[in-house]
Design a protein around this ligand. Structure first.
Ligand code: CAO
Length: 550
Protein backbone atom coordinates (compact mmCIF):
# COMPACT_ATOMS: atom_id res chain seq x y z
CA UNK A 1 0.00 0.00 0.00
CA UNK A 2 1.26 3.48 -0.74
CA UNK A 3 -0.08 6.96 -0.30
CA UNK A 4 0.23 9.05 -3.44
CA UNK A 5 -0.70 12.59 -4.26
CA UNK A 6 -2.75 13.24 -7.35
CA UNK A 7 -1.78 16.47 -9.04
CA UNK A 8 -3.33 18.52 -11.79
CA UNK A 9 -1.53 17.39 -14.94
CA UNK A 10 -0.14 19.62 -17.62
CA UNK A 11 -3.14 21.59 -18.77
CA UNK A 12 -1.27 23.79 -21.13
CA UNK A 13 -1.37 27.51 -20.57
CA UNK A 14 -4.35 27.22 -18.29
CA UNK A 15 -3.62 29.01 -15.09
CA UNK A 16 -5.82 29.21 -12.04
CA UNK A 17 -8.90 27.35 -13.21
CA UNK A 18 -11.78 27.12 -10.77
CA UNK A 19 -12.89 23.87 -9.14
CA UNK A 20 -16.60 23.61 -9.84
CA UNK A 21 -17.36 20.05 -8.85
CA UNK A 22 -15.95 17.40 -6.53
CA UNK A 23 -16.72 13.99 -7.93
CA UNK A 24 -15.30 11.83 -5.12
CA UNK A 25 -15.00 11.97 -1.34
CA UNK A 26 -12.70 10.35 1.24
CA UNK A 27 -13.33 6.64 1.47
CA UNK A 28 -14.40 6.29 -2.17
CA UNK A 29 -12.73 3.58 -4.18
CA UNK A 30 -11.73 4.94 -7.54
CA UNK A 31 -10.58 3.29 -10.72
CA UNK A 32 -7.63 4.54 -12.72
CA UNK A 33 -8.81 7.30 -15.04
CA UNK A 34 -11.91 7.94 -13.02
CA UNK A 35 -12.60 11.66 -12.85
CA UNK A 36 -11.92 13.24 -9.45
CA UNK A 37 -12.89 16.86 -9.90
CA UNK A 38 -14.20 19.17 -12.61
CA UNK A 39 -12.52 22.46 -13.37
CA UNK A 40 -13.79 25.23 -15.56
CA UNK A 41 -12.60 28.38 -17.27
CA UNK A 42 -14.79 30.61 -19.36
CA UNK A 43 -13.88 28.63 -22.46
CA UNK A 44 -13.55 25.04 -21.31
CA UNK A 45 -14.67 22.66 -18.66
CA UNK A 46 -12.80 19.47 -17.99
CA UNK A 47 -12.58 16.60 -15.61
CA UNK A 48 -9.29 15.80 -13.92
CA UNK A 49 -8.90 12.03 -13.74
CA UNK A 50 -7.05 9.90 -11.24
CA UNK A 51 -3.83 8.38 -12.53
CA UNK A 52 -4.25 5.30 -10.33
CA UNK A 53 -6.79 3.01 -8.81
CA UNK A 54 -7.12 3.18 -5.05
CA UNK A 55 -9.01 4.56 -2.09
CA UNK A 56 -9.40 8.32 -1.68
CA UNK A 57 -7.79 9.36 1.62
CA UNK A 58 -8.50 13.05 1.25
CA UNK A 59 -9.66 15.56 -1.32
CA UNK A 60 -7.35 18.51 -0.87
CA UNK A 61 -9.34 21.07 -2.83
CA UNK A 62 -12.78 22.51 -2.24
CA UNK A 63 -15.37 24.11 -4.47
CA UNK A 64 -14.26 27.52 -5.69
CA UNK A 65 -10.53 26.84 -5.21
CA UNK A 66 -8.26 27.80 -8.07
CA UNK A 67 -5.86 25.14 -9.29
CA UNK A 68 -3.15 24.89 -11.89
CA UNK A 69 -0.66 22.37 -13.13
CA UNK A 70 0.98 20.63 -10.18
CA UNK A 71 -1.73 21.51 -7.64
CA UNK A 72 -2.42 18.52 -5.42
CA UNK A 73 -6.09 17.67 -5.62
CA UNK A 74 -6.33 14.40 -3.70
CA UNK A 75 -4.43 11.77 -1.75
CA UNK A 76 -4.93 8.19 -2.75
CA UNK A 77 -4.01 4.96 -1.02
CA UNK A 78 -2.99 2.60 -3.71
CA UNK A 79 -1.66 -0.93 -3.94
CA UNK A 80 0.19 -0.03 -7.09
CA UNK A 81 3.89 -0.15 -6.21
CA UNK A 82 4.86 1.70 -9.35
CA UNK A 83 2.78 4.59 -8.18
CA UNK A 84 5.05 5.22 -5.23
CA UNK A 85 7.72 6.73 -7.40
CA UNK A 86 7.90 10.47 -6.76
CA UNK A 87 6.14 12.54 -9.34
CA UNK A 88 7.62 15.91 -9.95
CA UNK A 89 5.37 18.52 -11.43
CA UNK A 90 4.50 18.90 -14.19
CA UNK A 91 2.67 15.64 -14.08
CA UNK A 92 4.47 12.88 -15.89
CA UNK A 93 2.81 10.74 -18.46
CA UNK A 94 1.69 8.04 -16.10
CA UNK A 95 -0.07 10.53 -13.93
CA UNK A 96 -1.88 12.42 -16.59
CA UNK A 97 -4.00 10.04 -18.54
CA UNK A 98 -6.25 12.75 -19.82
CA UNK A 99 -3.83 15.60 -20.02
CA UNK A 100 -4.40 16.31 -23.63
CA UNK A 101 -8.09 15.83 -23.39
CA UNK A 102 -8.21 18.13 -20.47
CA UNK A 103 -5.94 20.68 -22.02
CA UNK A 104 -6.75 24.33 -22.29
CA UNK A 105 -9.07 25.50 -25.02
CA UNK A 106 -7.11 25.15 -28.17
CA UNK A 107 -6.29 28.19 -30.15
CA UNK A 108 -7.48 28.03 -33.67
CA UNK A 109 -4.41 28.37 -35.77
CA UNK A 110 -4.45 30.81 -38.63
CA UNK A 111 -2.28 31.19 -41.66
CA UNK A 112 -0.05 34.20 -41.31
CA UNK A 113 -1.67 37.10 -43.11
CA UNK A 114 -1.97 40.76 -42.38
CA UNK A 115 -5.32 41.20 -44.12
CA UNK A 116 -7.54 39.42 -46.62
CA UNK A 117 -8.91 35.91 -46.15
CA UNK A 118 -7.32 34.03 -43.26
CA UNK A 119 -7.71 30.29 -43.00
CA UNK A 120 -8.44 29.15 -39.47
CA UNK A 121 -7.39 25.60 -38.71
CA UNK A 122 -7.76 23.33 -35.73
CA UNK A 123 -4.60 23.88 -33.72
CA UNK A 124 -2.55 21.31 -31.89
CA UNK A 125 -5.03 19.62 -29.62
CA UNK A 126 -2.72 16.85 -28.65
CA UNK A 127 -4.15 13.40 -29.04
CA UNK A 128 -7.65 14.60 -29.56
CA UNK A 129 -9.00 12.63 -32.48
CA UNK A 130 -12.27 13.06 -34.24
CA UNK A 131 -13.79 15.36 -31.64
CA UNK A 132 -17.35 16.28 -32.36
CA UNK A 133 -18.58 19.75 -33.15
CA UNK A 134 -21.52 20.18 -30.80
CA UNK A 135 -22.35 23.84 -31.06
CA UNK A 136 -21.86 26.57 -33.65
CA UNK A 137 -21.45 29.94 -31.98
CA UNK A 138 -21.13 32.17 -35.05
CA UNK A 139 -22.38 32.29 -38.61
CA UNK A 140 -21.08 33.62 -41.92
CA UNK A 141 -21.20 37.39 -42.03
CA UNK A 142 -20.65 37.82 -38.27
CA UNK A 143 -18.01 40.26 -37.14
CA UNK A 144 -15.60 38.32 -34.96
CA UNK A 145 -13.43 39.59 -32.16
CA UNK A 146 -10.04 38.13 -31.35
CA UNK A 147 -10.60 35.18 -29.01
CA UNK A 148 -14.31 35.06 -29.71
CA UNK A 149 -15.42 31.44 -29.62
CA UNK A 150 -16.35 30.05 -33.04
CA UNK A 151 -17.70 26.64 -32.08
CA UNK A 152 -17.63 24.07 -29.32
CA UNK A 153 -16.09 20.63 -29.52
CA UNK A 154 -16.58 17.90 -27.01
CA UNK A 155 -15.09 14.66 -25.85
CA UNK A 156 -16.32 12.57 -22.99
CA UNK A 157 -14.19 14.35 -20.46
CA UNK A 158 -13.95 17.87 -21.73
CA UNK A 159 -15.77 20.39 -23.79
CA UNK A 160 -14.06 23.42 -25.13
CA UNK A 161 -14.68 26.37 -27.35
CA UNK A 162 -12.42 27.05 -30.28
CA UNK A 163 -11.63 30.76 -30.31
CA UNK A 164 -10.68 32.85 -33.30
CA UNK A 165 -7.08 34.01 -33.29
CA UNK A 166 -7.95 37.04 -35.41
CA UNK A 167 -10.56 39.76 -35.66
CA UNK A 168 -12.51 40.14 -38.86
CA UNK A 169 -15.63 39.11 -40.69
CA UNK A 170 -16.44 35.42 -40.87
CA UNK A 171 -16.58 34.52 -44.54
CA UNK A 172 -17.27 30.85 -44.09
CA UNK A 173 -17.58 28.36 -41.29
CA UNK A 174 -16.32 25.10 -42.70
CA UNK A 175 -17.80 22.84 -40.02
CA UNK A 176 -21.33 21.87 -39.18
CA UNK A 177 -22.93 20.25 -36.19
CA UNK A 178 -21.85 16.65 -35.74
CA UNK A 179 -18.69 17.00 -37.83
CA UNK A 180 -15.61 15.38 -36.38
CA UNK A 181 -12.49 17.52 -36.47
CA UNK A 182 -8.80 16.88 -36.04
CA UNK A 183 -5.64 18.91 -35.81
CA UNK A 184 -5.01 20.94 -38.92
CA UNK A 185 -8.53 20.77 -40.27
CA UNK A 186 -9.66 23.94 -41.98
CA UNK A 187 -12.60 25.18 -39.93
CA UNK A 188 -13.21 28.78 -40.94
CA UNK A 189 -12.23 31.56 -43.28
CA UNK A 190 -12.09 35.04 -41.82
CA UNK A 191 -11.64 38.26 -43.73
CA UNK A 192 -9.02 39.68 -41.39
CA UNK A 193 -9.10 43.21 -40.14
CA UNK A 194 -6.35 42.71 -37.60
CA UNK A 195 -2.91 41.21 -37.79
CA UNK A 196 -3.21 37.48 -38.04
CA UNK A 197 -2.04 35.18 -35.32
CA UNK A 198 1.10 33.15 -35.50
CA UNK A 199 1.08 30.13 -37.78
CA UNK A 200 -0.18 26.81 -36.54
CA UNK A 201 3.27 25.52 -35.69
CA UNK A 202 4.15 28.44 -33.48
CA UNK A 203 3.09 28.66 -29.85
CA UNK A 204 -0.14 30.44 -29.10
CA UNK A 205 0.03 34.18 -29.64
CA UNK A 206 -0.20 36.39 -26.62
CA UNK A 207 -3.54 37.79 -27.67
CA UNK A 208 -5.18 34.44 -28.07
CA UNK A 209 -6.58 32.08 -25.51
CA UNK A 210 -4.12 29.72 -23.91
CA UNK A 211 -3.10 26.69 -25.87
CA UNK A 212 -1.73 23.42 -24.61
CA UNK A 213 1.96 23.64 -23.89
CA UNK A 214 3.94 22.27 -26.78
CA UNK A 215 5.18 19.31 -24.77
CA UNK A 216 1.89 18.45 -23.15
CA UNK A 217 0.71 15.96 -25.71
CA UNK A 218 4.07 14.32 -25.84
CA UNK A 219 4.62 14.11 -22.12
CA UNK A 220 1.19 12.87 -21.35
CA UNK A 221 -0.17 9.48 -22.15
CA UNK A 222 -3.67 10.42 -23.02
CA UNK A 223 -6.50 8.01 -22.91
CA UNK A 224 -8.14 7.75 -26.27
CA UNK A 225 -11.29 9.79 -26.28
CA UNK A 226 -13.47 6.84 -27.00
CA UNK A 227 -12.21 4.88 -24.00
CA UNK A 228 -12.77 7.59 -21.42
CA UNK A 229 -15.58 7.33 -18.92
CA UNK A 230 -18.79 8.24 -20.66
CA UNK A 231 -19.85 11.02 -18.33
CA UNK A 232 -23.18 11.51 -19.99
CA UNK A 233 -24.04 7.95 -20.81
CA UNK A 234 -27.40 7.64 -19.12
CA UNK A 235 -26.64 4.10 -18.06
CA UNK A 236 -23.59 5.05 -16.08
CA UNK A 237 -23.94 8.72 -15.30
CA UNK A 238 -24.24 8.84 -11.54
CA UNK A 239 -26.80 11.20 -10.12
CA UNK A 240 -25.49 14.54 -8.97
CA UNK A 241 -22.98 14.71 -11.79
CA UNK A 242 -22.37 17.91 -13.63
CA UNK A 243 -25.06 18.35 -16.23
CA UNK A 244 -24.04 17.90 -19.81
CA UNK A 245 -23.57 21.38 -21.24
CA UNK A 246 -20.86 23.42 -22.89
CA UNK A 247 -18.89 26.03 -20.91
CA UNK A 248 -20.73 28.93 -22.52
CA UNK A 249 -24.10 27.38 -21.67
CA UNK A 250 -22.93 26.84 -18.09
CA UNK A 251 -21.82 30.47 -17.91
CA UNK A 252 -25.14 31.61 -19.38
CA UNK A 253 -27.04 29.52 -16.82
CA UNK A 254 -24.90 30.88 -13.98
CA UNK A 255 -25.62 34.47 -15.08
CA UNK A 256 -29.34 33.78 -15.08
CA UNK A 257 -29.21 31.82 -11.84
CA UNK A 258 -30.66 28.79 -13.60
CA UNK A 259 -30.06 25.47 -11.80
CA UNK A 260 -28.59 23.51 -14.70
CA UNK A 261 -29.24 20.05 -13.21
CA UNK A 262 -32.95 20.81 -13.42
CA UNK A 263 -32.87 21.72 -17.10
CA UNK A 264 -33.81 19.02 -19.60
CA UNK A 265 -31.29 18.86 -22.42
CA UNK A 266 -32.61 18.54 -25.94
CA UNK A 267 -29.25 18.43 -27.70
CA UNK A 268 -27.45 15.28 -28.83
CA UNK A 269 -27.01 12.80 -25.95
CA UNK A 270 -29.20 15.01 -23.77
CA UNK A 271 -26.83 17.97 -23.93
CA UNK A 272 -28.31 21.19 -22.56
CA UNK A 273 -28.33 24.00 -25.09
CA UNK A 274 -28.67 27.74 -24.59
CA UNK A 275 -32.23 27.42 -25.92
CA UNK A 276 -33.00 24.84 -23.21
CA UNK A 277 -31.82 27.30 -20.55
CA UNK A 278 -33.96 30.05 -22.07
CA UNK A 279 -36.99 27.77 -22.27
CA UNK A 280 -36.50 26.75 -18.63
CA UNK A 281 -36.27 30.40 -17.57
CA UNK A 282 -39.42 31.26 -19.51
CA UNK A 283 -41.40 28.45 -17.94
CA UNK A 284 -40.24 29.39 -14.41
CA UNK A 285 -41.26 32.97 -15.05
CA UNK A 286 -44.61 31.85 -16.42
CA UNK A 287 -45.13 29.75 -13.30
CA UNK A 288 -45.43 26.50 -15.22
CA UNK A 289 -42.16 25.18 -13.76
CA UNK A 290 -40.91 25.47 -10.23
CA UNK A 291 -37.23 25.15 -9.38
CA UNK A 292 -36.32 22.80 -6.56
CA UNK A 293 -35.22 25.83 -4.52
CA UNK A 294 -38.64 27.42 -5.02
CA UNK A 295 -40.38 24.20 -4.08
CA UNK A 296 -38.26 23.95 -0.92
CA UNK A 297 -39.17 27.50 0.02
CA UNK A 298 -42.89 27.07 -0.53
CA UNK A 299 -44.84 27.10 2.74
CA UNK A 300 -45.61 23.72 4.23
CA UNK A 301 -49.30 24.53 3.96
CA UNK A 302 -48.96 24.48 0.21
CA UNK A 303 -49.60 28.22 -0.16
CA UNK A 304 -47.97 30.33 -2.83
CA UNK A 305 -44.75 31.46 -1.17
CA UNK A 306 -43.65 34.47 -3.13
CA UNK A 307 -39.99 34.66 -2.07
CA UNK A 308 -37.69 36.96 -3.98
CA UNK A 309 -37.31 34.97 -7.13
CA UNK A 310 -36.74 38.05 -9.20
CA UNK A 311 -36.36 38.21 -12.93
CA UNK A 312 -32.77 37.97 -14.02
CA UNK A 313 -31.13 41.34 -14.57
CA UNK A 314 -31.44 42.34 -18.24
CA UNK A 315 -28.22 41.72 -20.11
CA UNK A 316 -27.86 44.24 -22.89
CA UNK A 317 -24.93 44.70 -25.19
CA UNK A 318 -25.15 48.50 -25.10
CA UNK A 319 -22.31 48.83 -27.58
CA UNK A 320 -24.66 47.45 -30.21
CA UNK A 321 -26.68 50.65 -30.03
CA UNK A 322 -23.96 53.26 -29.80
CA UNK A 323 -20.64 54.20 -28.26
CA UNK A 324 -20.23 53.48 -24.56
CA UNK A 325 -17.73 54.04 -21.78
CA UNK A 326 -17.52 51.70 -18.80
CA UNK A 327 -16.49 52.98 -15.36
CA UNK A 328 -16.39 51.11 -12.09
CA UNK A 329 -18.74 52.28 -9.35
CA UNK A 330 -17.05 54.22 -6.55
CA UNK A 331 -16.46 52.38 -3.29
CA UNK A 332 -19.15 54.50 -1.61
CA UNK A 333 -21.68 53.70 -4.33
CA UNK A 334 -20.95 49.98 -4.04
CA UNK A 335 -21.49 50.01 -0.28
CA UNK A 336 -24.48 52.35 -0.23
CA UNK A 337 -26.07 50.57 -3.20
CA UNK A 338 -26.17 47.27 -1.34
CA UNK A 339 -27.62 48.93 1.77
CA UNK A 340 -30.21 50.90 -0.18
CA UNK A 341 -31.34 47.80 -2.07
CA UNK A 342 -31.80 45.85 1.15
CA UNK A 343 -33.69 48.70 2.82
CA UNK A 344 -35.90 49.30 -0.21
CA UNK A 345 -36.82 45.63 -0.44
CA UNK A 346 -37.14 44.66 3.20
CA UNK A 347 -38.93 47.67 4.71
CA UNK A 348 -42.64 48.14 4.01
CA UNK A 349 -42.14 51.86 3.56
CA UNK A 350 -44.79 54.53 3.04
CA UNK A 351 -44.19 58.21 2.31
CA UNK A 352 -46.42 61.08 3.52
CA UNK A 353 -46.04 64.43 1.81
CA UNK A 354 -46.87 67.73 3.49
CA UNK A 355 -45.95 71.42 3.42
CA UNK A 356 -44.66 73.60 6.23
CA UNK A 357 -45.00 77.37 6.31
CA UNK A 358 -41.45 78.65 6.94
CA UNK A 359 -42.07 82.30 6.01
CA UNK A 360 -41.25 83.65 9.47
CA UNK A 361 -38.47 81.12 10.09
CA UNK A 362 -36.70 82.05 6.86
CA UNK A 363 -36.99 85.76 7.74
CA UNK A 364 -35.49 85.00 11.15
CA UNK A 365 -32.71 82.89 9.55
CA UNK A 366 -31.83 85.68 7.11
CA UNK A 367 -31.76 88.34 9.83
CA UNK A 368 -29.70 86.07 12.13
CA UNK A 369 -27.19 85.52 9.39
CA UNK A 370 -26.96 89.28 8.81
CA UNK A 371 -26.32 89.86 12.50
CA UNK A 372 -23.77 87.04 12.62
CA UNK A 373 -22.06 87.93 9.38
CA UNK A 374 -18.74 88.50 11.14
CA UNK A 375 -18.81 85.21 13.05
CA UNK A 376 -18.38 83.25 9.82
CA UNK A 377 -21.04 80.72 10.82
CA UNK A 378 -24.02 80.65 8.47
CA UNK A 379 -27.25 79.35 9.93
CA UNK A 380 -28.86 76.95 7.48
CA UNK A 381 -32.46 75.88 7.08
CA UNK A 382 -31.28 72.33 7.59
CA UNK A 383 -30.01 73.18 11.08
CA UNK A 384 -33.48 74.47 12.00
CA UNK A 385 -34.98 71.32 10.54
CA UNK A 386 -32.71 69.15 12.68
CA UNK A 387 -33.80 71.01 15.79
CA UNK A 388 -37.48 70.82 14.76
CA UNK A 389 -37.18 67.09 14.06
CA UNK A 390 -35.69 66.46 17.51
CA UNK A 391 -38.78 68.09 19.02
CA UNK A 392 -41.09 65.94 16.86
CA UNK A 393 -39.09 62.80 17.65
CA UNK A 394 -39.44 63.51 21.37
CA UNK A 395 -43.20 63.89 20.97
CA UNK A 396 -43.46 60.72 18.79
CA UNK A 397 -40.76 58.43 20.24
CA UNK A 398 -41.44 55.48 17.95
CA UNK A 399 -39.91 57.54 15.10
CA UNK A 400 -36.65 57.46 17.11
CA UNK A 401 -36.76 53.70 17.64
CA UNK A 402 -35.43 50.57 15.93
CA UNK A 403 -36.91 47.14 15.44
CA UNK A 404 -35.11 44.29 17.17
CA UNK A 405 -36.94 41.07 16.41
CA UNK A 406 -40.31 41.37 18.08
CA UNK A 407 -39.22 44.32 20.25
CA UNK A 408 -38.87 48.05 19.68
CA UNK A 409 -35.75 49.74 21.01
CA UNK A 410 -36.57 53.33 22.02
CA UNK A 411 -33.43 55.43 22.00
CA UNK A 412 -33.01 58.07 24.68
CA UNK A 413 -30.61 60.07 22.57
CA UNK A 414 -31.21 62.08 19.42
CA UNK A 415 -28.45 61.76 16.85
CA UNK A 416 -29.56 63.13 13.49
CA UNK A 417 -27.97 62.01 10.22
CA UNK A 418 -28.05 64.23 7.15
CA UNK A 419 -27.48 63.03 3.59
CA UNK A 420 -24.55 64.80 1.96
CA UNK A 421 -23.88 64.72 -1.73
CA UNK A 422 -20.19 64.19 -2.54
CA UNK A 423 -18.32 63.66 -5.81
CA UNK A 424 -17.96 59.98 -4.87
CA UNK A 425 -21.55 59.42 -3.82
CA UNK A 426 -23.95 59.86 -0.97
CA UNK A 427 -22.78 59.74 2.65
CA UNK A 428 -24.66 60.38 5.88
CA UNK A 429 -22.68 62.21 8.58
CA UNK A 430 -24.33 62.40 11.98
CA UNK A 431 -24.91 65.35 14.34
CA UNK A 432 -24.61 63.70 17.74
CA UNK A 433 -26.84 64.82 20.64
CA UNK A 434 -28.66 67.36 18.50
CA UNK A 435 -31.12 67.88 21.39
CA UNK A 436 -28.33 69.39 23.48
CA UNK A 437 -27.04 71.75 20.79
CA UNK A 438 -28.23 75.12 19.56
CA UNK A 439 -28.95 75.92 15.92
CA UNK A 440 -25.69 77.86 15.59
CA UNK A 441 -23.61 74.95 16.86
CA UNK A 442 -25.50 72.52 14.63
CA UNK A 443 -24.91 74.77 11.62
CA UNK A 444 -21.22 74.94 12.38
CA UNK A 445 -20.86 71.17 12.87
CA UNK A 446 -22.86 70.50 9.72
CA UNK A 447 -20.53 72.74 7.72
CA UNK A 448 -17.49 70.91 9.07
CA UNK A 449 -18.97 67.46 8.49
CA UNK A 450 -20.15 68.37 4.97
CA UNK A 451 -16.63 69.56 4.12
CA UNK A 452 -15.10 66.40 5.54
CA UNK A 453 -17.59 64.41 3.46
CA UNK A 454 -16.71 66.21 0.25
CA UNK A 455 -12.98 65.71 0.99
CA UNK A 456 -13.58 61.99 1.59
CA UNK A 457 -12.31 62.31 5.16
CA UNK A 458 -15.32 61.14 7.18
CA UNK A 459 -14.45 58.36 9.60
CA UNK A 460 -16.82 55.61 10.73
CA UNK A 461 -17.50 57.50 13.99
CA UNK A 462 -18.74 60.51 11.98
CA UNK A 463 -21.32 58.34 10.23
CA UNK A 464 -22.62 56.02 12.92
CA UNK A 465 -25.27 56.11 15.60
CA UNK A 466 -27.99 58.09 13.80
CA UNK A 467 -31.50 57.67 15.15
CA UNK A 468 -33.24 59.59 12.34
CA UNK A 469 -32.06 61.02 9.01
CA UNK A 470 -32.88 64.12 6.99
CA UNK A 471 -32.20 64.24 3.27
CA UNK A 472 -32.36 67.81 1.98
CA UNK A 473 -32.50 68.65 -1.69
CA UNK A 474 -33.57 72.20 -0.78
CA UNK A 475 -30.40 73.76 -2.16
CA UNK A 476 -30.99 72.04 -5.51
CA UNK A 477 -34.70 71.97 -6.26
CA UNK A 478 -37.65 69.68 -6.78
CA UNK A 479 -41.00 69.34 -5.04
CA UNK A 480 -41.30 65.99 -3.28
CA UNK A 481 -39.48 62.67 -3.35
CA UNK A 482 -39.56 59.35 -1.56
CA UNK A 483 -36.36 58.87 0.45
CA UNK A 484 -35.29 55.35 1.43
CA UNK A 485 -35.08 54.63 5.16
CA UNK A 486 -31.56 54.28 6.53
CA UNK A 487 -31.99 51.01 8.46
CA UNK A 488 -32.12 50.27 11.34
CA UNK A 489 -33.78 53.66 11.65
CA UNK A 490 -37.53 53.60 11.06
CA UNK A 491 -38.13 56.97 9.38
CA UNK A 492 -36.45 59.58 7.20
CA UNK A 493 -37.47 63.10 6.27
CA UNK A 494 -36.95 64.34 2.72
CA UNK A 495 -37.00 68.10 2.18
CA UNK A 496 -37.21 69.97 -1.12
CA UNK A 497 -36.91 73.57 -2.18
CA UNK A 498 -39.24 76.07 -0.54
CA UNK A 499 -41.46 78.23 -2.75
CA UNK A 500 -43.66 81.24 -2.27
CA UNK A 501 -47.21 79.96 -2.65
CA UNK A 502 -50.67 81.42 -2.26
CA UNK A 503 -52.10 80.18 1.05
CA UNK A 504 -55.75 80.86 2.00
CA UNK A 505 -55.99 82.47 5.46
CA UNK A 506 -59.81 82.34 5.65
CA UNK A 507 -60.27 85.69 3.99
CA UNK A 508 -57.69 85.96 1.26
CA UNK A 509 -54.71 84.25 -0.33
CA UNK A 510 -51.45 85.22 1.30
CA UNK A 511 -47.98 84.71 -0.22
CA UNK A 512 -46.27 82.26 2.12
CA UNK A 513 -42.92 80.47 1.87
CA UNK A 514 -43.84 76.79 1.86
CA UNK A 515 -41.37 73.97 2.47
CA UNK A 516 -42.24 70.57 0.91
CA UNK A 517 -41.73 67.67 3.32
CA UNK A 518 -41.68 63.96 2.48
CA UNK A 519 -41.65 61.61 5.46
CA UNK A 520 -40.94 57.93 4.72
CA UNK A 521 -41.72 55.55 7.57
CA UNK A 522 -41.55 51.85 8.33
CA UNK A 523 -45.11 50.51 8.45
CA UNK A 524 -44.04 47.69 10.75
CA UNK A 525 -43.43 50.30 13.45
CA UNK A 526 -45.43 53.36 12.51
CA UNK A 527 -48.90 53.79 11.06
CA UNK A 528 -50.30 56.43 8.73
CA UNK A 529 -52.08 58.41 11.43
CA UNK A 530 -48.88 58.77 13.47
CA UNK A 531 -47.00 59.84 10.36
CA UNK A 532 -49.61 62.48 9.51
CA UNK A 533 -49.46 63.77 13.12
CA UNK A 534 -45.65 63.84 13.01
CA UNK A 535 -45.70 65.95 9.83
CA UNK A 536 -48.40 68.24 11.19
CA UNK A 537 -46.45 68.80 14.41
CA UNK A 538 -43.23 69.40 12.48
CA UNK A 539 -45.13 71.94 10.35
CA UNK A 540 -46.36 73.73 13.48
CA UNK A 541 -42.84 74.00 14.89
CA UNK A 542 -41.39 75.26 11.63
CA UNK A 543 -44.21 77.81 11.37
CA UNK A 544 -43.55 79.03 14.91
CA UNK A 545 -40.23 77.92 16.31
CA UNK A 546 -41.14 79.13 19.82
CA UNK A 547 -42.97 75.82 20.18
CA UNK A 548 -39.58 74.10 20.49
CA UNK A 549 -39.33 75.70 23.89
CA UNK A 550 -42.64 74.26 25.10
N1 CAO B 1 -35.49 75.75 0.14
C1 CAO B 1 -34.93 76.79 -0.49
N2 CAO B 1 -33.60 77.05 -0.44
C2 CAO B 1 -32.82 76.22 0.27
C3 CAO B 1 -33.35 75.14 0.95
C4 CAO B 1 -34.74 74.91 0.88
N3 CAO B 1 -35.34 73.89 1.49
N4 CAO B 1 -32.35 74.50 1.58
C5 CAO B 1 -31.23 75.16 1.29
N5 CAO B 1 -31.52 76.19 0.48
C6 CAO B 1 -30.61 77.17 -0.04
C7 CAO B 1 -29.65 77.63 1.03
O1 CAO B 1 -30.20 78.66 1.80
C8 CAO B 1 -28.47 78.06 0.20
O2 CAO B 1 -28.76 79.34 -0.35
P1 CAO B 1 -27.75 80.57 -0.17
O3 CAO B 1 -26.46 80.07 -0.76
O4 CAO B 1 -28.40 81.64 -0.94
O5 CAO B 1 -27.67 80.82 1.28
C9 CAO B 1 -28.48 77.09 -0.98
O6 CAO B 1 -29.79 76.57 -1.02
C10 CAO B 1 -27.48 75.97 -0.88
O7 CAO B 1 -27.69 75.23 0.29
P2 CAO B 1 -26.81 73.91 0.55
O8 CAO B 1 -27.46 72.75 -0.06
O9 CAO B 1 -25.40 74.14 0.20
O10 CAO B 1 -26.82 73.82 2.12
P3 CAO B 1 -27.79 72.99 3.00
O11 CAO B 1 -27.46 73.35 4.36
O12 CAO B 1 -29.18 73.13 2.58
O13 CAO B 1 -27.38 71.46 2.73
C11 CAO B 1 -26.01 69.54 2.49
C12 CAO B 1 -26.11 70.94 3.07
C13 CAO B 1 -24.69 68.93 2.86
C14 CAO B 1 -27.12 68.69 3.02
C15 CAO B 1 -26.16 69.67 0.97
O14 CAO B 1 -25.04 70.33 0.44
C16 CAO B 1 -26.32 68.37 0.26
O15 CAO B 1 -25.39 67.60 0.05
N6 CAO B 1 -27.55 68.10 -0.20
C17 CAO B 1 -27.88 66.93 -1.00
C18 CAO B 1 -28.42 65.80 -0.15
C19 CAO B 1 -28.88 64.70 -1.04
O16 CAO B 1 -28.25 64.37 -2.03
N7 CAO B 1 -30.02 64.11 -0.71
C20 CAO B 1 -30.61 63.09 -1.53
C21 CAO B 1 -30.48 61.79 -0.87
S1 CAO B 1 -31.32 60.56 -1.76
O17 CAO B 1 -30.36 60.32 -2.99
Amino acid sequence: MALIQIQVPDIGDFDEVGVIELLVKPGDTVAAEQSLITVESDKASMEIPSSHAGVVKSVTVKLGDKVKQGSVIAELETADAAAVAPKPAPAPAAQAPAATETAAPPVAAAAPAAAGPIEVRVPDIGDFKDVAVIELLVKAGDTIRVEQSLFTVESDKASMEIPSPVAGVLKELKVKLGDKVNIGDLVAVIEGSAPAAAPAQAPAPATAAPAPAAGAAVAAAPVPVQSAAPAHDPTVAPTGRLPHASPSVRKFARELGVPLPEVKGTGPKGRITAEDVQAFTRSVMAGTTQTQAQAAKAPAGGGTGVGLDLLPWPKVDFAKFGPIERKDLSRIKKISGANLSRNAIVIPAVTNHDDADITDLEAFRVSTNKENEKSGVKVTMLAFLIKACVAALKKFPEFNSSLDGDALVYKQYWHIGFAADTPNGLVVPVIKDADKKGVLQISQEMGELAKKARDGKLGPADMSGATFTISSLGGIGGRYFTPIINAPEVAILGVCRSNIEPVWDGKAFQPRLMLPLSLTWDHRVIDGAAAARFNAYLGQILADFRRVLL
